[in-house]
Write a protein that binds this ligand. Structure first.
Ligand code: DGL
Length: 268
């Protein structure tokens, strides 16, 4: 049988935010080849209807499937929340979304079982995190809040800005009043705002990075399927976007934590 372990992992997102997930993947699985697609022509997905997100998801998956990927990682929390079934129906390769790994990791870290969830409007409205947490443990209490401004603040590079802290305080105070001990960062962009969030939560709350949790799950599933790439020869990270690759190099560097290399355009 053909050995697919050197085939790339396919990762997609509504834009470049999913590079935070790629960063976690590279840290944990440095030998893996990765193909990333960011739908920069149609970002953001968070404020859009489920029907539209599901339609865009089909296009994104078709692009990755053209690259012979061995697995699909749905880096976008919004897609993971409202269209994971679409991705799963489109191929027989393993699919990892952000919701189940993030929820499982949050449960492991929470002692009080008072868990906060933040994400885009679509992610929060879907109740995907709550439903998954409650399936895992019916005694959990969930407190969710959409934080749409966080996406723009992260893209503006306002990581340690006073304005970000003030907005974080506004969003997070109702959750802190519920005495949450764990907070799921349910959006690709939020890990970049960890410092501002920590200033507001003041060490009282454990922050759960869904991307980090998903990377652990990716490793586990690759191992189970005998798909881990053992070849250590300079793994390839290929980046594709649907619009304006020339404008986003700096932003990609911030999300990825290193220079991104060539970014190519695919017309959707
Ligand atoms: N990538 C999206 C997510 O993780 C955030 C940006 C958007 O709204 O498209 O939900």
């Amino acid at each position: 049988m053909e050995n697919k372990s050197s085939y790339p992992i396919g990762v997609f997102d509504s834009g470049i935010g999913g590079l935070t997930v790629v960063k976690s993947l590279i840290q944990l699985l440095p030998n893996e080849n990765i193909v990333y697609f960011g739908d920069t022509a149609r970002v953001p997905y968070g404020p859009k209807s489920n029907a539209v997100v599901r339609e865009y998801t089909r296009d994104d998956v078709n692009i990755l499937l053209q690259h012979n990927v061995k697995m699909i990682v749905v880096a976008c929390n919004t897609v993971s929340a409202v269209a994971l079934d679409v991705v799963m129906q489109m191929s027989s390769i393993p699919v990892i979304g952000m919701i189940a790994p993030g929820a499982e990791f949050a449960l492991k870290n929470s002692s009080s079982k008072q868990i906060g969830i933040i994400g885009t409007v679509a992610t929060i409205q879907s109740k995907a995190y709550e439903n998954t947490l409650l399936q895992l443990d019916s005694s959990v209490n969930c407190f969710a809040k959409a934080c749409p401004l966080f996406v723009s603040l992260a893209e503006e590079g306002m990581f340690n800005h006073l304005a970000t802290e003030l907005i974080a305080k506004e969003y997070l105070t109702p959750l802190l009043q519920q005495k949450i001990d764990t907070l799921i960062l349910g959006c690709t962009h939020y890990p970049l705002l960890k410092d501002a969030i920590l200033k507001v939560t003041q060490g009282a709350v454990k922050l759960i990075d869904s991307g980090e949790a998903a990377a652990l799950k990716v490793k586990e599933v690759l191992q189970q399927n005998n798909l881990l790439n053992e070849n250590k020869d300079s793994p390839l990270l290929q980046l594709f976007v649907s619009d304006a690759p020339e404008k986003i190099s700096k932003l990609c560097e911030q999300f990825l934590g290193r220079k991104p290399g060539a970014i190519r355009q695919i017309h959707i």
